[in-house]
Write a new protein. Structure first.
Length: 313
């Protein structure tokens, strides 16, 4: 039966195989290739973050040393996106990197086998994180003369790779309330300044390979919005929420203002209280208090909120 690479690509895309969770797609490929008269070997690849069994898949002809092996990886980056297609393209996580490549390599291997070429297939795990599958496969060579590795290169032959250097940068500080940042040291501020300098580093350019690339892929830190952070590290950059600050300070009706977004019942706001403001439980609201707002109606940016409707936290 002639293989349909379009149908196979979509079937592979629809099997979630984010790195360290490649077991299901590996089992499917092993069964699929065995059903198409390949001799299949699976080699477990262990990792502390693995979600169940995972393994490399090798397929060839029993007792035969291949002349050429076609290889790529089964894992994808997150998030999982199921397959879809239109009149010209297939979409979904891994469509080009690299499940579409798996399907076309299998189709090519079958044609080569029919023509008498000694061919093998090697599909590995872990490429998007630590290349654990490839490292293990290198310790168990099949003796082939040529290996063609499949990656999305605009259908051009790539003869070199830039490689990768991964760096973890940590910053430490001293925690303090955000009302008094001068009493602490923000690790986040330190890291932002350091990363700004990193982004300004000139990167080398190599002929036939091109310029170096730099990406800040992960960043995190801090404890709460109203606290200066004492630790932060960079290893996807995101955005942080900020405590709502007061606008004009005055009498009832103009004391509480949002800092640019709507306030809703239950919102946590940071107080800069005018003298004499009290919570409805009788307690005074002091500078630096965090309070939970109870609104008779939703407060919007710039709208005054009666401080007497706030509960002291």
């Amino acid at each position: 039966m002639t293989l349909d690479p379009i149908q196979l690509t979509r079937r592979l895309i629809d099997i979630e195989s984010i790195t360290y969770n490649e077991g299901a797609v590996g089992r499917y490929l092993a069964e699929f290739l065995a059903g198409r008269h390949f001799a299949v070997e699976t080699t477990p690849v262990e990792h502390a973050e693995s979600k169940g069994e995972r393994f490399n898949v090798y397929a060839g002809t029993a007792g035969q040393t291949p002349d050429v092996v076609l290889s790529t990886h089964m894992d994808t980056v997150p998030p999982f996106i199921p397959s879809s297609e239109d009149e010209g393209y297939i979409y979904g996580r891994g469509a080009c990197d690299a499940k579409g490549i798996i399907a076309t390599q299998i189709a090519a291997a079958e044609r080569l086998r029919e023509e008498g070429v000694k061919v093998g297939l090697l599909f590995v795990v872990g490429e998007e994180r630590d290349s654990g599958g490839a490292k293990l496969a290198n310790t168990q060579p099949k003796g082939n003369r040529f290996l063609i590795n499949g990656e999305p290169t605009d259908n051009r032959l790539a003869i070199a790779s830039k490689g990768a250097l991964r760096v973890l940068i940590r910053a430490k500080g001293k925690m303090a309330h955000s009302a008094y940042p001068e009493l602490g040291e923000s690790a986040i501020h330190k890291l932002v300044e350091a990363l700004d300098r990193v982004l300004a580093i000139p990167l080398p350019v190599m002929e036939d390979v091109g310029p170096g690339n730099l990406n800040i892929g992960l960043i995190g830190g801090g404890a709460r919005h109203e606290c200066d952070s004492r630790s932060c590290r960079s290893a996807d950059a995101g955005t942080s929420g900020w405590p709502v600050r007061t606008g004009a300070q005055g009498d009832s009706g103009c004391g509480w203002r949002s800092g640019g977004s709507s306030l809703h019942a239950g919102s946590s706001v940071h107080a800069h209280a005018a003298a004499g403001w009290t919570a409805d439980n009788g307690g005074r609201i002091h500078n630096g208090h965090s309070c939970i707002v109870e609104l008779g109606r939703a407060g919007v940016a710039g709208a005054g909120i009666d401080p007497r409707s706030a509960h002291a936290a």
